[in-house]
Design a protein around this ligand. Structure first.
Ligand SMILES: [Zn+2]
Ligand SMILES: [Zn+2]
Ligand SMILES: [Zn+2]
Ligand SMILES: [Zn+2]
Ligand SMILES: [Zn+2]
Ligand SMILES: [Zn+2]
Length: 504
């Protein structure tokens, strides 16, 4: 079998919970698969309900886990992988016993020992070539046109994409390029395996990524909730405090106003008392029917009336208007303001990038290198790719684009077919697993230098990949690169060597 098949299969037959090979792989409605025992454990740990640990929201009642179907595909793989000998065929003659021998002579069949012995007992049969069934040679079909003994279809014509025999190869397909069928099949296997591995690592990468996103979303929400609670809490405290202060101020106003009115009232009461006394005097005088007394009293009465008039003039009548509280309006406005606070998140946009694109005079070439662009920016660039069909060159070196951003571009490029194919390739780079921001910064500052010195910077092999991609392949004027006293091994040197092939 092919080299890394193990890794490919291990990935599929390993339970993500216990990290061992599946034991009774049961499939959830979301098609995620776990050992039955692991499922039981999850139910126990989660109050009788199974929630898919891949966090896709799928739930199964604990009572129903017995009905979860066995994942036959995984089980089949598991069986093949754990007992590679399990596909021993049955005896071609009796059809009941497991075959043990292969007759490589005329019979070309596999037999159990009993059947072999009974067939190969006599005559010519005794000399038949007996092989273990495991060593049964590959069945190679014969050529339909050349039916000789050894005209098996053992060659593959690369031009005609078909199998051919030695005769066909020498005459009919004389000048065609060919390989052995076994080699072609082997390379086909490797190609398929690589393809499957590519799909697997892409699927795994994305699924890890969305898992991480879920965690990020939860974490962000947690932080935001606590910030809202804190902000509202301190607002609530402030409001309670202001309520006390404002009520106090209203009560003080009441006290002040009342005091003024009461003082006034007291003065007025004094005058009322005086008036009653004067009225009494006047009534007594009138009662006497003695004109002399009235004449005598005239002056004091006149004095009293005059003095009191003056006093009343000074003691002006009190007036008051309802004052209202202008501050209350502010409180009401505040209420509306608070009611209108929402916490909708902002939609991502990059106005600067849009303007930059709009201002590029030559619509066939965009150089968007070194702009700290992210995957989100690639959505903007992708839209542009769909609109601008005259674009043929797009440079995106030295940005922070992962395969997610590259995917947006790749999708857009399906509609923009004028784009140079090599650009397509450059865009779709694997996700940056390792990064060194300080180094990238250093490189950015030296992107046009002819001589760069990175000595004694503790750089490693991984850093050399960055130097190769971000400096050597971009800076075409560089002639001297100092890298003494770093921790660079063979693989680091390899990166540099590859890059220097393009930087001449
Ligand atoms: Zn398990
Ligand atoms: Zn699931
Ligand atoms: Zn048999
Ligand atoms: Zn035989
Ligand atoms: Zn042939
Ligand atoms: Zn051919």
């Amino acid at each position: 079998m092919v080299s890394n098949l193990t890794a490919l299969v291990e990935n599929v037959i390993t339970c993500p919970i216990c990290l061992k090979h599946f034991d009774q792989p049961r499939m959830l409605p979301c098609s995620h698969t776990f050992c039955f025992q692991c499922i039981q454990q999850m139910v126990t740990d989660n109050h009788g309900v199974l929630e898919c640990p891949k966090r896709d929201g799928v739930k199964v009642e604990g009572n129903n886990i017995g009905d979860l179907p066995l994942n036959e595909t995984v089980r089949g793989l598991l069986q093949l992988f754990e007992n590679p000998n399990s596909n021993i065929p049955l005896c071609d003659r009796c059809g009941t016993n497991e075959a043990e021998h292969w007759c490589d002579s005329d019979c070309k069949h596999c037999f159990c020992t009993k059947c072999w012995d009974s067939i190969h007992e006599v005559g010519q049969y005794q000399h038949h070539k007996k092989l273990s069934v495991k060593d049964k040679p590959l069945e190679v079909p014969r050529c339909g046109e050349h039916n000789d003994e050894d005209q098996t279809l053992k060659y593959w014509c690369e031009l005609c994409s078909k199998e051919m025999c030695g005769n066909c190869q020498q005459f009919k397909h004389k000048d065609h390029k060919f390989v052995l069928v076994t080699e072609y099949v082997k390379s086909l296997g490797e190609k398929t395996e690589n393809g499957l591995q590519g799909v697997q690592s892409c699927v795994n990468y994305r699924s890890d990524r969305v898992d991480k996103m879920l965690t990020e979303i939860e974490e962000e929400s947690r932080v935001n909730q606590s910030e809202v609670t804190t902000a509202i809490g301190s607002l609530r405290q402030l409001i309670d405090e202001r309520e006390r202060v404002l009520l106090e101020s209203v009560r003080n106003t009441e006290k002040d106003e009342k005091k003024k009115v009461e003082d006034y009232k007291r003065k007025l009461q004094g005058e009322q008392q005086n008036l009653i006394e004067q009225i009494l005097k006047f009534v007594v005088v009138c009662h006497d029917k003695n004109p002399k007394k009235l004449l005598d009293a005239k002056k004091p009465f006149e004095d009293y009336i005059k003095a009191t008039d003056t006093k009343l003039l000074e003691l002006k009548p009190l007036t008051r208007t309802e004052k209202g509280l202008p501050g209350l309006k502010a409180l009401k406005d505040m209420e509306t303001q608070i009611r209108n606070i929402t916490l909708e998140t902002l939609k991502y946009d990059n106005e600067k990038l849009r303007q930059l694109i709009a201002c590029i005079p030559d619509k066939s070439t965009y150089n968007l290198s070194n702009l700290k662009l992210t995957d989100l920016d690639m959505e903007i660039v992708a839209k542009e790719l769909e609109i601008n069909t005259s674009l043929t060159k797009l440079r995106l070196f030295m940005n922070q684009i992962s395969d997610i951003g590259a995917q947006h571009l790749a999708d857009a490029l399906r509609t923009n077919t004028k784009m140079e194919p090599q650009i397509r390739k450059i865009n779709v780079t694997p996700p940056p697993i390792y990064s060194n921001p300080q180094l990238t910064e250093l490189i950015t500052n030296n992107v046009n230098s002819t001589s760069v010195n990175f000595s004694s910077k503790n750089l490693t092999d991984q850093d050399m990949e960055i130097v190769a991609n971000e400096l050597l392949q971009v800076n075409q004027t560089l002639t001297l690169l100092g890298l003494d006293t770093n921790q660079i091994g063979d693989s680091g040197a390899q990166y540099l060597g590859e890059a220097l092939k393009t930087n001449k």
